[in-house]
Ligand binder design. Sequence first.
Ligand code: ATP
Ligand code: MG
Length: 319
Amino acid sequence: MREHDFEYDRDSDLPARAKRRRRGRFDDEPAPERRGRLTEEARVRLAAARADALDAEELPEAADRWSTWGDGDQGPLPRPDWVITELGAVDHELGTVKTGKEADVQLVRRSLPGTDRVSLLAAKRYRSNDHRMFHRDAGYLEGRRMRKSREMRAVATRSSFGRNLIAEQWAVAEFAALSRLWTVGAPVPYPVQRNGTELLLEFLGEQDGSAAPRLSQLRPEGAQLRRLWFELVDALHVLASLGLTHGDLSAYNLLVHRDRLVLIDLPQVVDLVANPRGMDYLVRDVRNITTWFTSRGLPTGLADAEELVSELRAEAGMA
Ligand SMILES: Nc1ncnc2c1ncn2[C@@H]1O[C@H](COP(=O)(O)OP(=O)(O)OP(=O)(O)O)[C@@H](O)[C@H]1O
Ligand SMILES: [Mg+2]
């Protein structure tokens, strides 16, 4: 059981309605057999009872679901203060940000009824029936060990169970990469949580719900172009210092949020040492993005792909 569950039981900051909900249900629960840490069995029972209680409780008007915060993997600490952790919070689906090839990104508003606490989240939902994803699987997922041979067979035969497992693995991989990168200060959206195939991320955009543009949609010039280039180089150095490269770097996977460059779409992040083709991915990432910058007018003397590759190799300790 996680720490925040205890906080929840202490009725800390919950609105009255949520407290009533909790109380009503817990009164019906058998008294816990012991205090402190719960056994696995008790934890499962408690989770099921909570899910039932949440289903039974009528959602506030216009909400689409109760906050899923308590049920998934949670983002790294220290948590930004805008993250809403109260289980009495609700989620509203505000619409589609973008339908991608392997995932859809929706805008979700999480709010705490009875308070003015609101946060906008990007819900990235991996689909399980996508072909490009299967194509990508070959290079990236190979060698990642799965716990059970049953799971391995399901993935190999691409049964619907297996496809869902693959989609979930992508979500797990992206959540882990974002958590690691955010922790060392790389410019990535804060990963709020992951549940199954859904990631909830910090929404990069404005309060009115308009999303930050992709770099590919912009036509930066002169000093702005140079500044974005140097931000990119810095970000790539942070990745390289962890022995990583993005793996699918392009002007489509970089957002410009309030004039700052942010890396997104990281499920396939590549470990330069562990992946036998690590260097190929690094070279491809650097060439792709350097080409974009030079085609926009950045002097080739500044954006030299070969030089950047060797700098990043050195940063990764592979020179
Ligand atoms: N945290 C975010 N905040 C705002 N917009 C986002 C966020 N994450 C993703 N998006 C938007 O959703 C789009 C798709 O996200 P992402 O690239 O992660 O998924 P994808 O499935 O790889 O999509 P694609 O196939 O289009 O590359 C992005 O190009 C961006 O416009
Ligand atoms: Mg993308």
